[in-house]
Design a protein around this ligand. Structure first.
Ligand code: FAD
Ligand code: SF4
Ligand code: SF4
Length: 472
């Protein structure tokens, strides 16, 4: 008789999580790392599917079953080689991919036994590789003397830079921020992704010879045309930053902030910068009744930041129900454990206060009929209004693209109907020859793993295009 598969006898185990009480005032990452024994045990639960749905649903097509098998056999260096062949930043994806919607949510043993904890094993492999000195700067074997410019040092721009540098290009990255990382550094809070993880990568990329130009905003310090004159090809990887706003009375009251302004102030403070708006209390949730409007991952990051800043009460207001929220269920559970109150099926109708926000006039909603996209639209319930006390409101309603052709002085760049940059999907080239685009600025607000995939894809495509230019 054949032995039972390992996933039957070995229970699913996630890495240990710091108890909610301990993490309420602490910005450190909340998940500890697997021990070698635990990583090996969990990796051995994989049944090595012939058609691995985990891999199919990983945007990078990571060769998951192979590296799980190698971990289960203690062959960690080989596991690292395979995992890093398709992913530029596996230690970041292992931490912050919404695995429940991607690889793990599609693992065949998910129903009944609990998926293999793929993300945690991916993080374990890469952290071990860093500890063992297996992670090297992406330096080329030979220089090719061709210069490329990348606008934006977020995950898309950095992933592209890594590939292009390995191929021998002279790579310059321009970013309007003072630090590299894009939303990895100033959007996503430490309790999901500690900033030392980004700094470690910055050092490696610099050691490889990639030239960073911080505090350099295209559209202000240089036009796109000037960059095209300096470089043989240019990649636009600027992300999306125009915060959506809510159209209700009375948004002019003080104490109402866009999510990214709030998170950036908190991240800078955690990095040791002096942020006057944090220090004078305006962008600080301490002792306040904080209401965050929205149900995505940004909203979850805001509520959990407010808890850590010592808010008196933190409430998340979302107009749909829990099942229909866009945020990761794992993050909602983490927020609930940390004491956040969720008001599902509730929408703001008006802000009220005397110069400063004091309360939100709120109405209860019910799920209505499906719209064209298949989503149920929420409908207000008559006479269901109630007041919600608030002395700080954070709007986390999503982001749109800035007007890149106007900002860059490049009206020739064509946009999609959503206002993002339109590209040829096979080459990621924009309507301007030699100018490519990748990441959120192409697909709209999305995920780090998609930005990495597109950055890598754009780099390969730029290389092919540049080699043709060189030959002709
Ligand atoms: P970005 O990361 O936005 O980087 C763009 C860079 O371009 C920035 O550094 C910016 O300063 C620079 N730039 C912009 N304009 C110019 C200019 N004119 N000149 C020079 N530089 C410029 N995804 C996940 O997978 N998991 C998560 O848990 C997660 N949490 C998130 C939490 C928050 C609060 C937010 C806002 C997003 C989150 N995301 C998450 C989404 C993820 O961060 C993005 O999808 C990803 O960072 C997009 O990468 P990018 O490189 O396209 O753009
Ligand atoms: Fe899963 Fe993300 Fe890693 Fe892919 S990159 S295996 S989706 S955690
Ligand atoms: Fe292993 Fe699950 Fe992937 Fe199958 S779907 S190969 S069991 S991780």
């Amino acid at each position: 008789m054949s032995a039972l598969p390992q996933f039957v006898s070995k229970k699913q185990n996630a890495p240990e999580k710091i108890p909610a009480g301990g993490r309420r005032r602490d910005f450190s990452e909340i998940y500890r790392q697997f021990s070698q024994e635990r990583a090996k045990e969990q990796a051995s639960r994989c049944s090595q599917c012939g058609v691995p749905f985990c891999q199919v649903h990983c945007p990078l097509g990571n060769n998951i079953p192979d590296w799980l098998k190698l971990v289960s056999e203690d062959r960690l260096e080989e596991a690292y080689r395979i995992s890093s062949a398709t992913n530029t930043f596996p230690e970041i994806c292992g931490r912050i991919c919404p695995q429940d919607r991607l690889c793990e949510g599609n693992c065949v043993i998910e129903k009944g036994f609990g998926s293999v904890t793929i993300g945690a094993v991916e993080k374990y492999i890469t952290e071990t590789a860093f500890d063992m000195g297996w992670v090297k700067p992406p330096a080329p074997e030979r220089e090719n003397g061709i210069s490329v410019g990348i606008i934006g040092a977020g995950p898309a721009g950095l992933a592209a830079a890594d590939i292009l540098r390995r191929k021998g290009y002279e790579v310059h990255i321009y970013d309007r921020y003072d630090r590299i990382g894009g939303l990895l550094i100033y959007g996503i809070p430490n309790f999901k992704l500690e900033k030392t993880v980004i700094e470690r990568r910055r050092v490696l990329l610099s050691q490889a010879g990639i030239r960073f130009h911080p505090n350099f905003e295209i559209g202000k310090q240089a036009t796109l045309q000037e960059l095209q004159n300096r470089h043989a090809a240019v990649l636009i990887a600027t992300g999306v930053y125009k915060a959506r706003t809510i159209d209700i009375p009375d948004t002019s009251l003080t104490g109402i902030f866009p999510a990214l302004e709030y998170l950036t102030a908190s991240n800078k403070t955690c990095l040791g910068d002096r942020v006057p708006e944090y220090e004078n209390g305006s962008l600080n949730a301490k002792n306040k009744h904080v209401v965050v409007i929205g149900g995505g991952d940004t909203a979850m990051d805001c509520v959990r930041t407010a808890v850590r800043q010592g808010a008196k009460k933190v409430t998340c207001l979302y107009r749909r129900d829990r099942a229909n929220m866009p945020g990761s269920q794992r993050e909602v559970s983490n927020a609930e454990e940390e004491g956040v109150e969720f008001l599902w099926l509730s929408a703001p109708k008006a802000f009220a206060g005397n110069g400063k926000i004091e309360k939100i006039l709120t109405v209860k909603m019910r799920m209505g009929v499906q719209d064209a996209s298949g989503r149920h639209s929420p409908v207000a319930i008559e006479n269901s209004g109630f007041d919600l006390k608030a002395d700080m409101v954070i709007e986390a309603l999503g982001f749109d693209a800035e007007d890149i052709p106007a900002a860059f002085g490049a009206p020739e760049i064509t946009l999609s109907r959503q206002g993002t940059i339109a590209v040829n999907h096979a080459t990621l080239m924009t309507s301007l020859s030699g100018v490519f685009a990748a990441g959120d600025i192409v697909r709209g607000a999305s995920l780090v793993v998609w930005a990495i995939r597109e950055g890598r894809g754009a780099a390969e495509s730029m290389d092919r295009w540049l080699m043709v230019q060189k030959a002709t």
